[in-house]
Design a binder for this molecule. Structure first.
Ligand code: ZN
Length: 186
């Protein structure tokens, strides 16, 4: 188990365009994915991109366990998923404002415009190319994580910085969930 430090917004590595991974089956890629998973479990996050632990490579790891979904939230569980070299293709023109958090921007929530539906193509750690459709918060999470691979943190995507707020000003988190039924921490 290797829990890694998370880089904070402003760190130069978070601003880079991450490099494509040439061999998804290389042992060091699996090791990196394991470290990212360990780090997510430790910090109780939903998703993480390799640049957030200081590795400028195109690798994303995420999950949404049942115990993280508050009562009444309209979210489904997501199994542990590792995506090597993911590429997003938005589907349709439906863009929604989604409240997001980021491990690299702790303590804050921001409302970010995101495509509601998308197709994502990626490679697995076995080197197999896969394609999935995603909608709702799952689509937002994928856009958030893939943005990290291109040097974006979510405030850079916001259209109204009046919606950038400290969690502490919103009262208890459970209250927040009532009007933010689809959220994640990536
Ligand atoms: Zn993030």
């Amino acid at each position: 188990m290797a829990v890694r430090d998370i880089l904070m917004m402003g760190n130069p590595t978070l601003k880079l365009t991450a490099a494509a991974i040439e061999d998804p089956t290389a042992p060091e890629v699996a090791e990196l994915a394991r470290d990212m998973q360990d780090t997510l479990v430790d910090i109780k996050g939903t998703g993480i991109a390799a640049p957030q632990i200081g590795v400028s490579q195109r690798l994303v790891v995420y999950h949404m366990p049942a115990e993280r979904i508050p009562a009444g939230a309209q979210q489904t569980t997501l199994p542990w998923t590792v995506m090597v070299n993911p590429v997003i293709e938005p589907l349709g023109d439906d863009v929604r404002l989604i409240w997001e958090r980021c491990l690299s921007v702790p303590g804050l929530y921001g409302r970010v415009p995101r495509h509601n539906r998308l197709r994502i193509r990626f490679q697995t750690l076995a080197g197999v190319t896969e394609e999935r459709l995603a909608g709702g918060y799952h689509a937002s999470l994928l856009q958030h994580e893939c943005d990290h691979l291109d040097g974006f943190v979510y405030p850079m995507r916001m259209t109204d910085l009046g919606d950038l707020v400290f969690a502490s000003e919103l009262g208890v988190e459970g209250l927040f969930y009532r009007y933010s039924p689809e959220e994640f921490d990536g």
